[in-house]
Design a protein around this ligand. Structure first.
Ligand SMILES: Nc1ncnc2c1ncn2[C@@H]1O[C@H](COP(=O)(O)OP(=O)(O)O)[C@@H](O)[C@H]1O
Ligand SMILES: CC(=O)N[C@@H](CCC(=O)OP(=O)(O)O)C(=O)O
Length: 264
């Protein structure tokens, strides 16, 4: 029987402070029959390199406006330094990890999201066979959030949306969003569980903003399909893949009442 894929998105915000227990947690998941597929970002590092090169990072609705030079920098950071850093960390922790980007093997087919954003893509389809081939051979795929259209143009893609699309394509049991906060915060309180309706309200009220918006939007899309739950966790905390953070699950309506789908 094939193992169950679990998608783990590692945000650029937490790369430098990732807790060493993160890798033990990945080991526990593997032992339980859940195979990690890692997707990573690297937003802060792209901005740092742009600034060192005299370029000014520019965002529109949380997405980086990406011209020719911006795309080169995004590729250098995402498919280069960050992807290799994470692959090396997994290898050092004793795993067989293989770094690739969404361009490689035709993993991510994308289209231009909006001409005013430049080379920013949105995922139109995922080729899961690339990931299944790696999983079946025991590799942990480490995926950089880049993609390509049918004419061979490469694009910079938001890593949260890539993680959501891959989790959907693999019908992953769970999608972890590993970031630099303990979950969705309301004031100084961490919400342990939220419904898609509550998430929409919090976006409208501005309680959820900035980098948390693409995360929850990707989460909502994922739980609407085959993904059982999305969990937002703090990667700098011990045991982050074990029972902490904010869970987002699909809600079901029963006689006018909304309750969480629970498969546990
Ligand atoms: N309600 C909220 N709860 C938690 N974090 C929030 C909320 N609203 C906005 N944020 C911001 O979202 C950030 C995480 O998104 P981002 O910086 O893009 O991280 P990553 O690089 O991990 O994708 C947090 O550091 C926080 O500043
Ligand atoms: C189009 C777009 O905005 N792409 C992102 C890709 C990296 C990313 O998503 O990194 P985080 O997960 O650290 O936010 C960017 O250029 O920052």
């Amino acid at each position: 029987m094939r193992v169950q894929p679990v998608v783990i998105k590692v945000g650029g915000s937490v790369l430098e402070t990732l807790h060493s227990s993160f890798f033990q947690d990945c080991g526990h998941l593997l032992k339980k029959g859940f195979h990690p597929v890692v997707v990573h970002g690297g937003g802060p590092e792209i901005s740092r390199l742009q600034e060192r090169l005299g370029l000014t990072p520019q965002f529109c609705d949380g997405l980086r406006v990406t011209d020719d030079q911006g795309l080169k920098v995004a590729e250098m950071v995402l498919a280069g330094s960050v992807n290799k850093q994470l692959a090396a960390m997994f290898q050092t922790a004793g795993f067989s990890a293989l770094g690739l980007s969404g361009v490689d093997g035709g993993l991510l087919s994308v289209r231009q999201k909006d001409p005013k954003l430049g080379w920013v893509g949105e995922v139109s389809s995922v080729c899961p066979a690339v990931l299944y081939d790696l999983i079946d051979r025991g590799w942990i795929p480490i995926v950089a959030s880049l993609g390509m259209d049918s004419w061979g143009q490469r694009y910079n893609v938001n890593a949260d949306s890539v993680a959501g699309a891959i989790a959907q394509a693999l019908s992953a049991e769970r999608l972890f969003m590993v970031t630099d906060v303990p979950g969705i915060m309301k004031g100084d309180r961490v919400l342990s569980q939220v419904t898609p309706t509550e998430v929409q309200t919090m976006i409208q009220k501005g309680i959820i903003q900035g980098g948390m918006v693409p995360k929850v939007k990707a989460a909502l899309e994922a739980v609407e399909t085959a993904v059982h739950e999305v969990v937002i966790v703090d990667g700098s905390a011990s045991g982050c893949l074990m029972n902490t953070g904010t869970r987002i699950r699909k809600e079901v309506k029963t006689h006018g009442l909304i309750s969480h789908l629970s498969a546990e």
